[in-house]
Design a protein around this ligand. Sequence first.
Ligand SMILES: Nc1ncnc2c1ncn2[C@@H]1O[C@H](COP(=O)(O)OP(=O)(O)O)[C@@H](O)[C@H]1O
Ligand SMILES: [Mg+2]
Length: 160
Amino acid sequence: MLSPESVPVADVEMPASAIARGSWRLSRDDLVAFGERMGRALAPPHVVALSGDLGSGKTTLAQAICRGYGVKENVTSPTFALVHAYEGKHSTVYHCDLYRLRDESELTNIGWDDLLNERALVLIEWPERAGSRLPEEVTHLHLDHVGDQTDVRVLTVGLE
Ligand SMILES: Nc1ncnc2c1ncn2[C@@H]1O[C@H](COP(=O)(O)OP(=O)(O)O)[C@@H](O)[C@H]1O
Ligand SMILES: [Mg+2]
């Protein structure tokens, strides 16, 4: 089981079901370490939904997952383009940020259905904005602030 507290594992591909469900209180370094380990373990096709308030760490986690997945390029927030594509070790990575999505029909313009049908890794910030067009098989990663502490977050991992 891959969890934030598990010892680093070898670079083996693991199914989504091997990612432990639960909640962990994490520093930025811990969150990044978990994201990199998860990226190393993921095999395409795989969709990851990253939810949580502004500044909760979704992009930070997406960047770590990309790094673990072998993306060499600098991963930047796709807030205005809605989606950025990168080449990872095993497939293309699509990093989506739906914060500025006006309605679900706009998803068609960014090639939503096509990228979800590809053998790719798809990371989605603000997944709730996709409404009914979010696929069913998704690994959910949710981040919460902890009171007024600026340096810790609670990561909740769930499969739905
Ligand atoms: N434990 C933590 N986990 C994630 N980010 C943290 C943590 N502590 C502090 N931060 C900071 O919070 C900010 C999160 O920003 P970002 O990843 O862009 O959030 P989002 O994409 O959710 O809006 C970054 O500046 C990051 O360094
Ligand atoms: Mg973001």
